[in-house]
Design a protein around this ligand. Structure first.
Ligand SMILES: [Ca+2]
Ligand SMILES: [Ca+2]
Length: 311
C-alpha cells in the first residue's frame, strides 16, 4: 500500500422504513425536503443542491490525476451528514448477519506507527478491532467505522436500500468533491483555506509519528478517529468531509477527461475504487478536497464511508 511519508446494527425488525423528512423549503427552489432521516439506522441525509463547478486542481498545486480541470454539473442529490458510525454499522451487521471482508480473511491494514510509518497487514484487525483502540469499539460507537472494504460498503448500501425501499448508494467522486467544496467553491479543505477545523494529522499524531507532515501547530485532540460531527460543518452542513476517515466513492479510479460532463460516474472499468477526503493519519496535502486515491475494492484500512441517494 501507500507510504505515509512519501505521499504519500436490531432495527431491521422495523421492516421497510419510512423516511422522515424535514419539510423546510428553500426560497425559490424545488420543494425537495432539505434533510431525510433513515428510519432503519437513523442516518441523516442532507440535500445538496445541484450546480456546475470546475472539478479538480483549482488551486494549482495538485497531482496529475486531478487534471485536467473540467466542468462538471451535478443534479440535486442527498449525502450523509456524517460518516457512517460504528453504532450504525453494528446495527446493520447484527440485523443482516453480515461478516466483513476483514473478518472473513482474518486481517486488516494499519500503519506501522512504531516503525516505518508504512501501512502493513495485521492479523485480527477489522471494524470491531481497528488499529486504535486495539481492544474494540465498544466505547467508540459514535466514531466512524473503519476497516471496511468497498464491497462491505456496497452491502450496507444494498441492505439500507431494501429497508427503505429506495436506492441508497455510495457518492460518485464528482458529487463528493462538489459537496466537500460546499457546492463547488474554490475551497482547499472543507473548512476553506484557513485555520484547520477537522481531525487530521496533528500534534497528537506527531508524538508517535515524528516524520509526518502535520498541520503546523494544530492539535485537534485526536490521534486516531474522533466521534463524527466533532468539528465544524462545512457550508452545506456536512461534517468531516476533510479528515477523520477516508471515504469510499462508487467510481472506478481513473483519469479525468477535459470534456464538460453532467453527473459523471467514472470509468466503465478499473482495478481500484476511488476514495476521498484524507484521515487522521494523513499529511496536509492528502487532505485536500481535490485529492484522489484509488484502492483495491477489497482493501481495508482507515477507510470508512458515507452514503448518498439520488433525489
Ligand atoms: Ca488528529
Ligand atoms: Ca472523512
Amino acid at each position: 500500500m501507500r507510504l505515509l511519508g512519501s505521499l504519500f446494527i436490531a432495527v431491521a425488525l422495523l421492516g421497510p422504513a419510512a423516511w422522515s423528512s424535514a419539510q423546510t423549503e428553500r426560497p425559490g427552489a424545488s420543494t425537495l425536503p432539505t434533510t431525510f432521516t433513515d428510519a432503519a439506522l437513523g442516518m441523516e441525509f442532507v440535500l445538496v443542491t445541484g450546480g456546475c463547478f470546475e472539478m479538480g486542481d483549482t488551486v494549482g498545486d495538485g497531482d496529475n490525476d486531478e487534471r485536467p480541470l473540467h466542468e462538471v454539473c451535478v443534479n440535486d442529490f442527498y449525502l450523509g451528514r456524517y460518516e457512517v458510525t460504528n453504532a450504525q454499522f453494528k446495527r446493520f451487521v447484527d440485523a443482516a448477519g453480515y461478516r466483513t471482508t476483514a473478518e472473513v480473511k482474518g486481517s486488516g491494514w494499519g500503519f506501522d506507527h512504531e516503525g516505518s510509518g508504512d501501512a502493513k497487514e495485521r492479523n485480527g484487525l477489522n471494524w470491531r478491532h481497528p488499529l486504535w483502540p486495539a481492544d474494540g469499539i465498544e466505547k467508540k460507537m459514535q466514531h466512524p467505522v473503519v476497516q471496511v472494504t468497498w464491497y462491505d460498503a456496497k452491502e450496507l448500501a444494498a441492505w439500507l436500500s431494501r429497508k427503505n425501499n429506495r436506492t441508497v448508494r455510495l457518492p460518485y467522486e464528482a458529487e463528493w468533491e462538489y459537496a466537500a467544496r460546499s457546492g463547488g467553491k474554490d475551497h482547499r479543505y472543507s473548512w476553506g483555506a484557513g485555520t484547520p477545523d477537522g481531525n487530521v494529522a496533528d500534534l497528537q499524531l506527531k508524538k508517535i509519528m515524528p516524520k509526518i507532515e502535520h498541520f503546523p501547530g494544530y492539535d485537534d485532540g485526536y490521534r486516531y478517529t474522533a466521534p463524527v460531527g466533532s468539528y465544524a460543518r462545512n457550508d452545506l452542513g456536512l461534517f468531516d468531509m476533510t479528515g477523520n476517515v477516508w471515504e469510499w466513492c462508487e467510481d472506478w479510479y481513473g483519469s479525468y477527461s477535459a470534456s464538460p460532463q453532467t453527473d459523471p460516474t467514472g470509468p466503465a472499468t478499473g482495478i481500484s475504487r476511488a476514495w476521498r477526503g484524507g484521515s487522521s493519519h494523513y499529511e496536509r496535502r492528502a487532505c485536500r478536497s481535490a485529492m484522489r486515491f484509488g484502492y483495491d475494492p477489497g482493501g481495508r484500512d482507515d477507510l470508512g464511508l458515507r452514503l448518498a441517494r439520488s433525489k
